[in-house]
Design a protein around this ligand. Structure first.
Ligand code: MN
Length: 128
């Protein structure tokens, strides 16, 4: 069981991710803005952050850069949740520090397995 922070402003996507992750046995907390997401990350120290790239105000790219520059937060894997149109987008995600991405529209059958693989790689599963 891991604690996962979902930063997503779209209520439908946020609820979908919450349900899928809770079904997989994770503890899920949600934020709707980058500022709230960063504050919750500092408070919760989650095992994983799912980051929508398109947020009102500060976007997910900038939020990820801030997280990856923060000595206390940078080890937390950040997975972008985004529509990927081409290879160039993946390079942008990786340049701002994302550890992977989940494509929108979200594949409900695939997302728990993708997240389990990331947690496995980061060793977070053994921590909690
Ligand atoms: Mn959004």
């Amino acid at each position: 069981m891991s604690t996962i922070l979902v930063v997503e402003d779209n209520a439908g996507n946020q609820e979908l991710l919450r349900v899928l992750l809770e079904m997989a046995g994770h503890v899920v907390r949600c934020a709707e803005t980058a500022d709230d997401g960063i504050a919750l990350a500092r408070e919760l120290r989650p095992d994983l952050i799912l980051m929508d790239m398109h947020l009102p105000g500060m976007d997910g790219y900038e939020a990820t850069r801030i997280i990856k520059k923060d000595a206390d937060l940078k080890r937390i894997p950040v997975i972008a949740v985004t529509a990927i149109s081409d290879r160039h987008d993946e390079e942008i995600l990786s340049a701002c520090g994302c550890d992977g991405f989940i494509a929108k529209p979200i594949d409900t059958r695939q997302v728990a397995a993708d997240i389990a693989a990331v947690l496995e790689r980061s060793g977070a599963r053994n921590k909690t």
